[in-house]
Design a protein around this ligand. Structure first.
Ligand SMILES: C=CC1=C(C)c2cc3[nH]c(cc4nc(cc5[nH]c(cc1n2)c(C)c5CCC(=O)O)C(CCC(=O)O)=C4C)c(C)c3C=C
Ligand SMILES: [Fe+2]
Ligand SMILES: [Fe+2]
Length: 345
């Protein structure tokens, strides 16, 4: 077998033109693992309502964070891909779940290089139906349809792997060196609570009551996004020696009127400012690359909310992006997998 890797991130529109944003959002939000209602209802909601109003507003937001080279999420993912490729000896591809750099193209490029065993690495530390699962399901479908002789290997969520926690903790320490802060907020992308129930393999284990996601036992939490986010916070807090009450977890970027994971980030930032916190820092561990949700929603909107209610210093910690130690870590996982071949060949 000839091995290769496909790194997969979420994707971005081709440009900040509302037409491109509409096309991208259409593909993203029509994914049944993102808006998980029956097709007729999803079509009505997405094509009948959201796509008529949101693209213009989202395009304005994208304009605020767009770089000369393109979408930060794509550019940063490409830089990471290059660094991982420099540290490994097999082809390292990059694809996006939505948009032009799609998974089919990514698999095709690897196939054209003679690769017939692909390790799929979703660039998400925590498992979610709307991210990891949709990538793996689509990759498998494409493999069956177009690449019947290709074998796909999945990488489990790495939300609690010590080496990942080390790199994330180091990125926080480096940014906060010499900076005073009273509270460190860990803000994760939210999902509707319903998604947690749907992915709950223990049938009802997850009560979202603030207790069950802290229970020991990895098997029942294998697909619990909430547990995995909470555990990333717990592990990093332990590593950094943070005292109880000086850090917390919240969830951002909700869409629609269903209940999403709580507490909500915007309300948490507001509450903290109102309670008299003057200096806060915020880290966004559900994202490995800075993107609209970190650069605009947190670094711009979040800061504005904090200042409006009396907060003074709002420090945002960059995502892992193309940090050398993050590229080293991914490359180590790849090289360990490559070594298995050598031993069994
Ligand atoms: C952990 C990662 C993510 C989860 C889980 C997730 C779930 C999720 N997202 C939406 C709706 C939107 N997300 C948008 C942007 C966006 N989402 C993620 C990651 C996760 N989403 C990223 C990295 C980005 C930024 C992309 C970029 O180009 O920078 C957007 C578009 C932006 C906007 O219009 O606000 C929407 C919409 C849902 C509904 C959902 C789970 C059900
Ligand atoms: Fe999202
Ligand atoms: Fe739970």
């Amino acid at each position: 077998m000839s091995k290769g890797v496909l790194l997969v991130n979420l994707g971005s529109p081709d440009s900040t033109d509302p037409k491109d944003v509409k096309k991208y959002l259409g593909e993203f939000l029509m994914d049944p693992r993102v808006i998980d209602v029956p097709l007729w209802a999803r079509t009505l909601l997405v094509k009948g309502i959201i796509l008529n109003t949101r693209p213009k507003k989202s395009a304005e937001a994208y304009k605020k964070i767009w770089w000369d080279e393109g979408s930060p999420l794509i550019v940063l993912s490409e830089r990471l891909q290059k660094k991982v490729a420099d540290r490994t000896s097999i082809p390292i591809g990059l694809a996006m779940r939505y948009g032009s750099m799609n998974i089919k193209k990514g698999l095709q490029e690897l196939h054209d290089k003679g690769v017939n065993e692909v390790m799929i690495i979703p660039l998400y530390p925590q498992f979610a139906m709307a991210t990891t699962e949709t990538i793996l399901v689509l990759a498998e479908k494409l493999q069956k349809e177009y690449f019947p002789n290709m074998k796909l290997i999945d990488v489990p969520a790495f939300y609690n792997k010590p080496e990942y926690i080390n790199v994330l903790s180091k990125s926080i320490t480096e940014k906060l060196e010499g900076i005073e802060y009273e509270h460190l907020l860990f803000s994760y992308h939210g999902v509707p609570e319903r998604h947690i129930r749907k992915s709950d393999i223990s049938n009802g284990n997850c009560k979202m009551d603030g207790k069950c996601c802290f229970k020991k036992g990895s098997e029942q939490h294998k697909f619990c996004y909430r547990h995995q986010c909470e555990m990333t916070t717990v592990q990093v807090a332990k590593k950094l020696g943070l005292k109880n009450g000086t850090y917390s977890t919240s969830y951002q970027s909700r869409l629609g009127f269903d209940p999403w994971l709580k507490p909500y980030t915007d309300r948490t930032i507001e509450r903290m400012g109102k309670e008299g916190i003057k200096k806060m820092a915020i880290v966004t561990p559900a994202f490995v690359s800075d993107c609209l949700e970190t650069l605009e929603e947190i670094a711009m909107e979040g800061e504005e909310i904090f200042h409006e209610v009396g907060g003074k210093e709002f420090t945002t910690i960059p995502c892992l992006n193309d940090r050398d130690d993050w590229a080293d870590l991914l490359a180590n996982w790849v090289n360990e997998w490559v070594a298995v071949k050598t031993q069994t060949a």
